[in-house]
Design a protein around this ligand. Structure first.
Ligand code: ADP
Ligand code: MG
Length: 256
């Protein structure tokens, strides 16, 4: 079922909020060590879909998920579903607005490893905090002020801190929901470079309203419209020779 190297697979995935259906039987394969971009007009279900991949919809009142999501052969939902707390360590998330905890830079990054008991020695925790900040491209900017508040950093630094926090628990996948929408162009460019480096180690699914961003950072693009995936394919193909007229209309700016 699905592509042979799929890290995560969604099958007939539907979501209702109350009696309103937001996602209609969506199928998607997410390839390992790639960036998969989810694009489409506002309200088409991108965030709803992304939240299914780490069971974040469980936390939304009235949201009901049906269908399957499979991570490395293991179902996320159903009686044998993965425990949501463990799942969110395996599938990290970075949100639209940077949301560091009101704690020190160090404690933001150490939070997950402490919660999951990943390290027992203080030296090992220090090393993990450092590596995570290095991988997030933030270490050199914060190494002399690890005990200052994370919320005192610039927006772009805060978002890289949130990425460091996500990678500190060594996730397999990182979900990003419009991670640059609150950032200026320079901070955005840094995050885009970072995403490209991170995919060597992680599998990334990113929602973006910027088609330029999808084209720059992703290898696979899925175009959502009214709660369905209209088209999914190699990013270059989707942007240069889309199979669907709807996709063509969206990427040429006829609606959106
Ligand atoms: N918490 C919620 N409660 C009720 N309806 C919601 C909720 N979140 C999203 N929706 C609805 O589901 C649809 C898809 O929304 P969303 O996934 O946020 O789209 P996108 O991220 O593509 O803009 C929209 O019609 C939206 O109004
Ligand atoms: Mg959204």
């Amino acid at each position: 079922m699905g592509m042979p190297d799929a890290k995560m697979t969604a099958r007939r995935l539907s979501v209702h909020y109350g009696d309103k259906r937001a996602l209609h039987e969506v199928d998607l394969d997410v390839a390992a060590n790639e960036v998969t971009a989810l694009i489409g007009p506002s309200g088409c279900g991108k965030s709803t879909f992304l939240r299914c991949l780490n069971r974040m919809n469980d936390t939304i009142d009235g949201a009901r998920v049906s269908g399957e999501v499979i991570l490395d052969g293991e179902p996320l939902y159903g009686p044998s579903g993965i425990d949501p707390v463990l799942l969110r360590a395996r599938v990290g998330m970075v949100f639209q607005r940077p949301n560091p905890f009101p704690k020190s830079i160090y404690d933001n990054v150490a939070f997950g490893p402490r919660l999951h008991g990943l390290v027992s020695e203080a030296d090992a925790l220090d090393a993990l905090v450092r590596t995570s900040l290095e991988r997030a491209g933030l270490w050199s900017e914060v190494k002399d002020r690890l005990h200052e508040r994370g919320t005192g950093l610039s927006g772009g630094q805060q978002q890289r801190l949130c990425i460091a926090r996500a990678i500190a628990v060594e996730p397999e996948l990182i979900l990003m929901d419009e991670p640059c929408s609150a950032l200026d162009p320079i901070a955005t460019a840094r995050i885009e470079e970072l995403i490209d480096e991170l995919r060597q180690t992680y599998t990334i699914v990113i929602v973006t309203h910027s088609m330029q961003q999808a084209a720059r950072v992703s290898q696979t693009t899925a175009f959502f419209h009214l709660g369905r995936i209209v088209e999914v394919g190699a990013t270059e193909q989707v942007f240069t020779a889309p199979a669907s007229e709807l996709t063509q209309g969206y990427i040429t700016g006829r609606f959106g």
